[in-house]
Design a protein around this ligand. Structure first.
Ligand SMILES: Nc1ncnc2c1ncn2[C@@H]1O[C@H](COP(=O)(O)OP(=O)(O)OP(=O)(O)O)[C@@H](O)[C@H]1O
Length: 256
């Protein structure tokens, strides 16, 4: 496992044997809110095509990390590169155009609208009206909700609503999808299905970065995992390496 000093550099942060530059390269990012250092010199490289899990105790800076990636929060200092270009100062809408998309934890589909109507709105930003029925059908197939176009969202289960929100984030055909605790509040079966959906999206070429607390889910993804603590990279490695690490267990109070 890469402990913090070894994980700081780009080469150390890439999976062994990969020569390709990272799709996202976060270097020494700080984000200060008044007296609070939400990010305190965070460096993480995300490899093109990987699933990358991010975990850490409450307040470790995980959501702030996503917000700085998407451009909804600007770093106080440090840089973010996307495919080798510096996007640190780029506004959120330009990052979205480049291929970044996020599903924040509190983003939900509109419950009084139909599934189709919920997908229509984000799809219309990127596609002509004539293309939309086909794209809705394709997105619903990806999340296992084929044929639900006319259902009201409030009739769907919690898990189905969360998957629909993932499909909405996929409307822009992103190259990188950021998911903030996608399995929060889900049953074991829904959590398993979420892992299958995420693996399938990844198999179709989407790089996925996922913040999670659910260890069963992270284990199921079998992805490279970064642990944040006090706004820094605390540890990085395979899930098995992370789960076996005594220092990670200590900051997680033995909850792994
Ligand atoms: N807009 C803000 N204004 C002030 N403080 C903030 C702001 N956003 C985040 N913080 C603080 O920054 C720190 C990191 O917050 P962040 O939400 O990124 O952590 P997190 O790891 O996502 O936590 P959790 O697991 O509880 O969601 C916390 O101390 C938080 O209170």
């Amino acid at each position: 496992m890469n402990a913090v000093p070894r994980a700081q550099g780009l080469a150390a942060a890439q999976p062994a044997g990969t020569a390709a530059p990272p799709i996202l390269d976060v270097r020494d990012v700080h984000k200060v809110f008044g007296g609070i250092r939400a990010l305190n010199g965070l460096s993480i490289a995300i490899a093109d095509g990987e699933i990358h899990c991010v975990l850490g105790p409450n307040g470790a800076g995980k959501s702030t990390f996503f917000k700085t990636l998407m451009g909804t929060d600007r770093p106080t200092s440090g840089t973010i590169h996307y495919r080798g270009s510096d996007i640190t100062r780029l506004p959120a809408f330009r990052r979205a155009r480049l291929g970044l998309s996020v599903k924040f934890q509190n983003i939900r589909a509109f419950s009084d609208l139909t599934v189709y109507q919920n997908l229509f709105v984000p799809l219309r930003r990127h596609h002509g009206v004539g293309e939309i029925p086909g794209r809705v059908a394709a997105l619903l197939a990806r999340i296992g909700l084929s044929g639900t176009e006319t259902r009201l969202v409030k009739e769907l289960s919690h898990g189905q609503q969360q998957w629909l929100a993932i499909a909405m984030a996929m409307a822009s055909d992103p190259t990188v999808l950021l998911l903030d605790e996608p399995t929060a509040g889900m049953s074991v079966e829904e959590t398993d299905k979420s892992a299958a959906i995420i693996r399938d999206l990844n198999a179709h070429g989407v790089t996925i970065v996922v913040i999670e607390h659910d260890m069963t889910f992270i284990r199921a993804l079998a992805a490279r995992t970064s642990v944040l603590h006090y706004g820094k990279l605390f540890a990085q490695g395979s899930f098995d390496e992370i789960a076996a690490d005594a220092d990670v267990r200590r900051i997680y109070l033995g909850s792994l």
